[in-house]
Ligand binder design. Structure first.
Ligand SMILES: [Fe+2]
Ligand SMILES: [Fe+2]
Length: 291
């Protein structure tokens, strides 16, 4: 079993500080095997904001798969925007723009979709599509394969199509070919879980598309701050949303959905059957020795 925490859109520079400490504590209590952060770590890509984001990440468990968002590219300084687009991100957060983590149960690849030539939209390029193939195709179906981007591959109902990651159709061919299971993203500041097959018609493949709300910023679009906890035990995945409840000053479970892998992709398990799924590992107890 693997537990993954998915945070997004931290936006240091526009943070509600009352949620930061409880967030750190809650993530530590969850004891994740990995933490994914899907971009917009800062509000305006300023050094002070990156330093705050860095200090925040330093308090969270490792390993971390972090990708930048459009807000991590300087907006107002044209030179910095085009010639030093992710300089500060690389200096303070990570110089690895294609972070990758794999163990016996999961393989997680992060891709940078932020671009200088567009203020808020994003895309994947040929090289990154190559990285999806190189990194994820070698793993078999028993490994849950996850891709982390800032810009999403799907939208909640009524969402603006321009917010989708550019070249998604082409990327989705590689994603399907390699049997990628989960696509984590942010950017919308709205929590949403969907199936890639609703938008991309590829026979025999449907990935779970999970968007996180904003974990810490004051820019929630009608939602309170939230993040996701994914529990993965092949062929099951449980997506739990933890939302900020001001009255309790805590992040509490606000929704949970269970999915099972089938030849067509991930299908939702009805709530009445979900109670029977056991996500915890059975621990092997070592026999006593004579020493
Ligand atoms: Fe954002
Ligand atoms: Fe964004």
């Amino acid at each position: 079993m693997r537990t993954l925490v998915h945070l997004s859109d931290l936006h240091f520079g526009r943070v509600d500080y009352t949620v930061v400490e409880p967030l750190v504590e809650t993530v530590k209590q969850v004891k994740p095997d990995a933490v994914a952060v899907s971009g917009d770590l800062t509000q305006r890509a300023r050094s002070e904001q990156f330093k705050e984001a860095r200090a925040f990440l330093d308090r969270l468990p490792q390993p971390q798969i972090v990708v930048p968002g459009n807000h991590d590219v300087p907006l107002h300084n044209a030179y910095a925007r085009f010639f030093q687009a992710l300089e500060k991100y690389k200096r303070y957060i990570t110089d690895d723009l294609e972070p990758f983590y794999a163990d016996e149960e999961v393989a997680i690849l992060g891709l940078n979709t932020a671009r200088s030539f567009t203020i808020k939209y994003g895309r994947v390029n040929e090289e990154q599509i190559g990285a999806i193939r190189a990194r994820l195709c070698p793993y078999g179906d028993e490994i849950t394969k996850i891709i982390v981007t800032h810009h999403p591959f799907d939208l909640p109902e009524g969402g603006d199509e321009d917010e989708l990651v550019g070249r998604a159709e082409i990327a989705m061919q590689a994603i399907a070919q390699c049997g990628a299971d989960v696509l984590l993203a942010g950017h919308l500041h709205v929590s949403h879980t969907g199936h890639s097959s609703a938008r991309y018609k590829i026979a025999g493949h449907s990935a779970l598309v999970v968007s996180a709300g904003t974990a810490t910023s004051t820019r929630g679009r009608g939602e309170t701050n939230s993040f996701n906890v994914l529990r993965i035990k092949h062929p099951f995945i449980n997506v739990e949303r933890r939302s900020w409840q001001p009255e309790r000053a805590q992040f509490v479970p606000s929704s949970t959905e269970h999915f099972k892998h089938t030849p067509e992709g991930w299908t939702r398990v009805p709530d009445e059957m979900a109670a029977e799924i056991v996500y915890t590992d059975e621990k092997t107890i070592a026999p006593p020795t004579d020493t």
